[in-house]
Design a protein around this ligand. Structure first.
Ligand code: ISL
Ligand code: CA
Length: 561
């Protein structure tokens, strides 16, 4: 396939941006119903602006019965009732643009809700005009070859539907039937819907599981090589790149917008096929290799009791830097609405080390050669809530997996222990604004419990504190944006076998910075080969950095060489 000349150094606004992700349900409730909403976000735009970020990625706000918190859309051109109205949306967009902030929305088009009008029509009869908007398999042909579902209690992605005696495909829940992208009419519907939002002034899309859109509609048996890795099989549909090119030509190329694929199932070997500029598909993609590290294989995200190995962590992020070194562009994240809190998962959430370790992780995210996607609440060093009971969870993933373990007679207690580290709801608890009741998130009963540590971890308490997590993030955003070397500079990993310290340089046009990150709760030595006694410290998470080459627990320090 054709590859363009190197474009990795071409300057683009979205390469220089810091993206801040807002989960609308959990950010700010304006009307006391316990659910965050658009007016709530609008009321906090000065706070968002104060962070110094450029772009907000908003999780889905479209009409939805909320089987999967908005990732099941029943009207792509409407606003979810709980979140407000289209007027509220327009006001939010205007408020953002007035402040120089850009808005990226979530495009969820691998599947819709089963309550979408298209599906309602489609399931009615085999000759309905919308029949081919979805994937159907007539039951008289027997059950099709197995496909795995991420959320289904039985792990089965085929569901028999009574009215037409046919199975439909759902990679996610039964209420999320997969759309049939092989149908050109469906593609045109999606492209026209995208134009609708771009014409309103929206600045881009984050594309939910977009690598999964194309399917071989003969539904052959899944080849054995994919048995443990069906996400990768799903990402290898026959026409995914053709459809993304069509989308680019028909829509994306007509607007100055950014796109980022949720790169589920995409490997380092395939990534450039999505984001090499010459291929005219998408701008960025985010991979799962980093955030999957440290879970036991083939498990429901059960953490390895031995923890994760920093050497492997470094290998993964260095490899992915290399993928985009001369073509395309990378993205980087440690937290989002599908992940636990980064302080708990990748740092150390005990009171002694919480802030230091989370600041260290923030330093990592903001000094790599990739656009940082930073999850709301991480700037406060928020942590996992670690629910004890399944009743506390709201997430379909946790609830259905629990049922799955139960049906198999598995160890429910062990499952719940693992969920304390890995469950998605850990990252979805309400944003901690201040120390008033319910953290100032709502005057009512929050849809998901507020983390009780809000009395000490909250934005109001941190706003004025020079050493707070919040101000650490603000300063680091400013530093990145003021220093192109931190954005475009070449990345070189140092001391790669060091099990405790992550060390690398960034270099551009005669400027060179050295980043040292101690990932452990012990002091550590690092061998960079540089004489640090003469180097200038420009940033760090301790008031006084350790003497050259020695690092305090969870220390982060940036030198100019
Ligand atoms: O495919 C995976 C890993 O290879 C999964 O982790 C998968 O990518 C992930 O669950 C997809 O997430 C996205 O789509 C889901 C939704 O629940 C998530 O919130 C969303 O981010 C279904 O729309
Ligand atoms: Ca509300």
């Amino acid at each position: 396939m054709e590859r363009a000349s190197p474009d990795g150094n071409a300057k683009k606004w979205w390469k220089e941006a810091v993206v801040y992700q807002i989960y609308p349900r959990s950010f700010k409730d304006s009307n006391g119903d316990g659910v965050g909403d658009l007016k709530g976000i609008t009321s906090k735009l000065d706070y968002v602006k104060s962070l110094g970020v450029d772009v907000v990625w908003l999780n889905p706000v479209f009409t939805s019965p909320n089987d999967d918190n908005g990732y099941d859309i029943s009207d792509y051109r409407g606003i979810m009732r709980e979140f407000g109205t289209m007027q509220d949306f327009d006001a939010l967009l205007q408020g953002m643009h007035d402040r120089g902030l850009k808005l990226v929305m979530d495009l969820v088009v691998n599947h819709s809700s089963d309550e979408h009008e298209w599906f309602q029509q489609s399931r009615r009869s085999r000759d309905n005009p919308y029949r081919n908007y979805y994937h159907w398999w007539p039951a008289e042909k027997g059950k099709p070859h197995p496909r795995r579902s991420f959320f289904d209690v039985n792990g089965d992605a085929w569901k028999l539907d009574g009215p037409t005696n046919s199975y439909y495909l759902h990679y996610f829940s039964q209420k999320q039937p997969d759309l049939n992208w092989e149908n050109p009419r469906l593609r045109e519907e999606i492209f026209s819907m995208m134009r609708f939002w771009f014409d309103k002034g929206v600045d881009g899309f984050r594309m939910d599981v977009i690598p999964f859109i194309s399917k071989d509609t003969t539904f052959p048996e899944m080849p054995a090589e994919y048995k443990e890795d069906w996400g990768r099989f799903y990402a290898n549909g026959p026409h995914v790149h053709q459809y993304l090119r069509e989308m680019n030509e028909a829509v994306l190329s007509k607007y100055d917008v950014m796109t980022v694929a949720e790169g589920a199932g995409v490997t380092a070997a395939d990534a450039l096929d999505y984001v090499d500029a010459g291929r005219r598909e998408l701008n960025m993609l985010y991979h799962f290799e980093g955030v999957s590290l440290g879970y036991l294989p083939d498990s429901l995200k059960v953490p390895d009791p031995k923890g994760y190995k920093l050497v492997e962590f470094k290998e993964i992020y260095s490899k992915w830097d290399g993928v985009f070194a001369t073509r395309g562009w990378g993205s980087i994240y440690l937290g989002n609405h599908d992940q636990p809190r980064m302080a708990t998962r990748w740092g150390n959430d005990t009171p002694q080390w919480r802030d230091l370790s989370a600041k260290m992780l923030t330093t990592f995210l903001l000094t790599m050669r990739a656009t940082p996607y930073y999850y709301a609440g991480d700037e406060l060093c928020m942590t996992n809530i670690k629910f004890d009971n399944i009743e506390d969870y709201r997430d379909i993933e946790s609830i259905n997996w629990y049922q799955q373990v139960k049906n198999k007679g598995g160890d429910l207690q062990a499952f719940l222990e693992a969920q304390k580290i890995s469950a998605r709801d850990n990252g979805r608890t309400p944003f901690q604004w201040d120390q008033t009741a319910k953290a100032g998130f709502t005057t009512g009963t929050p849809w998901l419990e507020v983390n009780p540590n809000y009395t000490t971890i909250n934005a109001a308490a941190q706003d004025g504190g020079p050493d707070s997590c919040l101000n650490y993030f603000r300063k680091l955003v400013t530093l990145r944006k003021a220093n192109p070397v931190l954005i475009y500079g070449e990345y070189v990993l140092l001391d790669k076998e060091n099990p405790t310290v992550y060390a690398y340089t960034r270099e551009l046009a005669g400027r060179k910075m050295l980043v040292l990150l101690n990932f452990k709760d012990t002091t550590a030595a690092v061998n960079t080969g540089f004489d640090l006694s003469k180097a200038k410290v420009i940033f760090g998470n301790y008031p006084t950095p350790s003497p050259a080459g020695k690092l305090q627990p969870y220390e982060a320090v940036i030198y100019e060489l």
